[in-house]
Design a protein around this ligand. Structure first.
Ligand code: SF4
Length: 461
């Protein structure tokens, strides 16, 4: 039996692209390592030497899919890459990206981070026109829309297809030996670019540029399309302007803390996601993603920070329960408490979110078993009350503990002495001012209106 013991919401994907470098696929491979936190269930790269596309993709982490021989089989000066998270049970190999096709206008390959909220409607329409889908990812829709376009001009076909997409997308797209990178008009998901000598690099996060020594230039603007054709780089903003809806959770949890997003350090922001002081002897984090917020709490409160929980880095997202009788391993498979640091102490424990509440409860139990005298649980995200439709895997409303329980009821459920969430106002005091945000999972205000439903079978990015 498989148990998903880590209830933290998960990002669906990371994308990477390199244009103008003789070892494009190898740079993309290195960049995907830095983006591995955005998806660990499949990885892939498609490269182009101008005449042909070369592809390698499959289930697992980057290290499972690529080795030296495989990388040597991916020639060409442009390449796109992808790491993907999928829900348990889906066909990981079939849905891995980049997706590449040959059609009347040439060869196309796409890698996508995000989720299209009108995918069901577009898919039905395209199927009625004879389209046969190779995957159940909505990323494939853009390829079909381009192929079905009446225009023979590629960019006209691309723009008229993009206008039909609703929801979130940060996309890198290769057409023969031309690379396009684009972001949806609301800019939900990050996508930045930089330079490495003469080459142009695109990545979901700047940590992927750092790993190859590229210089970060900036994020793509919402709705911006950048085209790299040989030495020529051009920019276009073909959409009517709309208010940005950058996913606030990218700063709270998804991005790596060493990334710079919109000119701001993710670590620095996370470090300030602190509210609800407590009288305590020690501050600890649920490692690793909560470390910056816990260190920030410690600094603000002058209570020492210590590593009171240790995380095993060798446990995957799910693990096989060894038997029904000893099923309730829960969080202990991934975390253990350091008894010597916690026994007899009043402990503040900081986590980045509380989703169903079951993991938080297991953590509190673990800390009590390690001798903690008081446990003050702090969340660096506000109460999570609504599901996400824009590319994050979240449970249904019914499963979200804050959807139908008060803070005190949640405190009782998890067994803490006190519980404090950062407020939405507190969150926005810390967020960079030059952006506007999507907070729909906290306040229910879905940008552009609430989508009809999440189609799990068509949400596998
Ligand atoms: S609903 Fe939440 S997780 Fe989804 S895009 Fe908006 S802020 Fe991000």
């Amino acid at each position: 039996m498989e148990t998903d013991f880590n209830e933290t919401p998960r990002e669906y994907c990371g994308v990477m692209a390199v244009a103008g470098h003789s070892e494009a696929a190898k740079l993309a491979y290195l960049g995907l390592y830095a983006l591995q936190h955005r998806g660990q269930e499949s990885a892939g790269i498609v490269s182009s030497d101008g005449g042909n596309f070369y592809s390698q993709k499959g289930a697992g982490c980057v290290s499972d899919v690529f080795n030296r021989d495989v990388l040597d089989s991916l020639p060409g000066s442009i390449a796109i890459g992808h790491v993907r998270y999928s829900t348990t049970g889906s066909s990981t190999a079939e849905n891995s990206q980049p997706i590449h096709v040959k059609y009347k206008g040439g060869r196309l390959a796409i890698a996508h981070n995000g989720n299209l909220t009108n995918s069901a409607q577009l898919k039905s329409e395209l199927e009625s026109r004879g389209a046969i889908f190779l995957t159940n990812t909505d990323s494939e829709l853009l390829l079909h829309l381009i192929a079905h376009s009446p225009s023979n001009d590629f960019e006209e076909a691309l723009y008229s297809s993009l206008i039909r997409l609703k929801g979130s997308y940060s996309i890198v797209l290769m057409r023969d030996n031309i690379l396009y990178a684009m972001r949806d008009p609301r800019g939900f998901r990050p996508l930045c670019f930089g330079k490495l000598n003469g080459a142009t690099i695109f990545a979901s996060e700047s940590c992927a540029l750092d790993i190859i020594g590229a210089q970060l230039l900036r994020e793509l603007k919402p709705g911006e399309i950048i085209k790299i054709d040989g030495d020529k780089i051009s920019h276009n903003l073909p959409f009517a302007p709309s208010e940005q809806s950058f996913c606030v959770f990218e700063y709270i949890y998804f991005c790596r803390p060493d990334s710079i997003v919109e000119g701001k350090s993710v670590y620095d922001i996370r470090h300030r996601l602190v509210e609800h002081p407590a009288e305590a002897d020690v501050v600890i984090a649920v490692p690793d993603s909560s470390n910056p917020a816990a260190i920030g709490f410690s600094k603000q409160s002058a209570i020492p920070f210590n590593h009171g929980m240790i995380r095993s880095h060798y446990v995957g997202r799910t693990f096989i329960q060894p038997s029904q009788q000893i099923r309730d391993f829960g969080a202990r498979v991934k975390y253990n408490a350091v008894r010597g640091l916690l026994a007899g102490k009043r402990v503040v424990v900081v986590d980045d979110s509380i989703v169903r509440g079951t993991t938080s409860r297991q953590i509190v139990t673990m800390l009590r078993n390690a001798g903690a005298r008081e446990i003050h649980f702090r969340s660096s995200a506000p109460p999570w009350v609504n599901p996400c439709y824009y590319g994050i895997d979240t449970p249904s409303e019914k499963e979200l503990i804050a959807n139908s329980n008060s803070v005190d009821e949640i405190r009782q459920f998890i067994g803490a002495d006190t519980l404090g969430y950062i407020s939405i106002e507190g969150l926005h005091r810390v967020m960079p001012r030059m952006l506007t945000y999507c907070n729909a999972c906290f306040d229910g205000k879905y940008p552009g209106g609430k989508p009809n439903s999440i189609r799990k079978d068509f949400l596998e990015l």
